[in-house]
Design a binder for this molecule. Structure first.
Ligand code: ARG
Length: 462
């Protein structure tokens, strides 16, 4: 017998039950559902809506149900439909009439709205801490590589010299924004919807703030129609996670390139790479590729939920039951990726010689060579042309700016002197870029210090 079968004269078809049931995936919210019900029962008792005795009975029986679920002694089936009905039916089996009073002044619509928010609210700090751990690893990698010169690219063409530390801090800054985005999302999500009823609240003299306080919500939702219809907290979280995964995916892509023989800037630890079943020489960056691939899956969750919500009239519609699987999947995916990604980066070996060689071969000091002429009084556009000709001469003769004899320099412009070799040394090029945010070691040290302060404010040892 279904809890809602009062006005029905025949049973639902078995296939309907199968399609209708969400217990298969919403059972993971059992803790939130039970805690929400405990707070609701306590409030009903305090307000005299049910007797104090019934409230106590409900709360203690719910505690028993929680323990039994956790001990693996209680499971639910399709017949329970969803976690809300499963827990309530079990409660009534255990304590009879008192159990039947729990749903007073409540609907499954505000109950599921509460459970889902409550569940996601608890997931955010976990994800945030995982990002912070990755940031700590990046700060540490940066500290150890302040002078590790490498090429930086635009259009994947060698552009200007930077350091591996500068590169790591670029990602650390993206992750810093991912963290604050999640914190903002959590703050907006922190409203308690119970009391919205099915959609227009309730006639009972409930105390919504009492429930919010017990459950640790900062506030209550401000409109009952919105309270049961809103899923933008989940969409916002999916957006945050999509952006986070986009960052991890770009990072993954670089690691994949850096692992190739064409680059060989890094070598992944054997523990975080895989081999090929046929090619004995292969060591593949599968973890980075999986993170890159799973990014699509998280985007899919965002698009999926946006599409479910699009054009739904207020208030609750059953379509909204489709919110959970995709959001859970995205949360699980991110939580599975982050710690492995962090360990992969932490154990990744940097190969400074290869980075340096790549930086030395691509005329990435051409801008600095032009700046040298500018500092001696030549207008930048003229300097740009002179160096352009020098580069083209080097390419034609198989030389580099570092090895080109001074006579060749002077044949292009007599402003050149032997101090040009110092000016275009890669170390000089990096050291001169000491602008805040730049790659000079002292500028990067400042960036690291800022990230470390950010981590300390969130109690993470860098
Ligand atoms: N299992 C439902 C969900 O996940 C709970 C709410 C059902 N409410 C309703 N009136 N059918 O959305």
């Amino acid at each position: 017998m279904k809890l809602w079968s009062g006005r029905f004269s025949s049973d639902t078809d078995a296939l309907v039950d199968e399609l209708n049931a969400s217990i298969g995936f919403d059972r993971r919210m059992y803790k939130e559902d039970i805690k929400g019900s405990m707070a609701h029962a306590r409030m009903l008792g305090a307000q005299g809506i049910i007797s104090a005795e019934d409230a106590d009975k409900i709360i203690s029986a719910l505690g028993g149900i929680m323990e039994d679920i956790e001990a693996g002694k209680l499971d639910f089936s399709t017949a329970d439909e969803d976690i809300h009905m499963g827990v309530e039916a079990e409660l009534t089996r255990r304590i009879g009439d008192a159990g039947k009073r729990l749903h007073t002044a409540r609907s499954r619509n505000d109950q599921v709205a509460l459970d889902f928010r409550f569940y996601l609210k608890n997931e955010i700090p976990e994800i945030r801490d995982m990002i912070l751990s990755l940031m700590a690893v990046l700060a540490e990698k940066a500290r150890g590589n302040l002078n590790t010169v490498m090429p930086a690219y635009t259009h994947l063409q060698r552009a200007q010299p930077t350091t591996f530390a500068h590169y790591m801090m670029a990602y650390a800054n993206m992750l810093r924004r991912d963290v604050t985005r999640l914190e903002d999302c959590l703050e907006r999500m922190d409203e308690m919807p119970l009391g919205s009823g099915a959609l227009t609240g309730t006639t009972y003299p409930i105390d919504r703030r009492m429930v919010a306080e017990e459950l640790g919500f900062a506030d209550i939702t401000g409109n009952s129609l919105d309270g049961v219809s809103d899923r933008d907290y989940a969409l916002e979280l999916m957006s945050c996670l999509s952006i986070l995964m986009m960052h991890l995916s770009r990072f993954s892509e670089e690691i994949i390139m850096w692992c190739s023989w064409e680059f060989k800037f890094v070598e992944l630890s054997d523990s975080y790479s895989t081999g090929s079943s046929i090619m004995p020489q292969k060591k593949n960056p599968d973890i980075a590729e999986l993170v890159r691939g799973k990014t699509g899956r998280v985007y899919g969750s965002l698009m999926g939920l946006l599409t479910v919500m699009k054009a739904l009239p207020l208030a609750y519609n059953k379509d909204m039951q489709e919110d959970k699987e995709q959001v859970f999947d995205a949360v699980d995916t991110v939580k599975n990726c982050l710690p492995v990604f962090t360990a992969m980066v932490e154990t990744m070996k940097v190969l400074p010689d290869n980075m340096k060689n790549a930086a030395a071969a691509g005329f990435i000091n051409a801008t600095d060579c032009a700046d040298y002429l500018v500092k001696k009084g030549m207008p930048f556009r003229d300097a740009y042309t002179v160096v352009g000709k020098l580069v083209s001469f080097c390419i034609a003769t198989g030389s580099t700016l570092e090895t080109l004899p001074i006579s060749e320099y002077r044949s292009m412009s007599d402003v050149f002197d032997t101090d040009v070799y110092d000016a275009i040394a890669l170390e000089t090029c990096v050291a001169q870029r000491s602008v805040p945010g730049g790659p000079a070691p002292e500028a990067v040290a400042e960036q690291i210090a800022k990230i470390e302060t950010f981590l300390e404010e969130r109690k993470v040892e860098a």
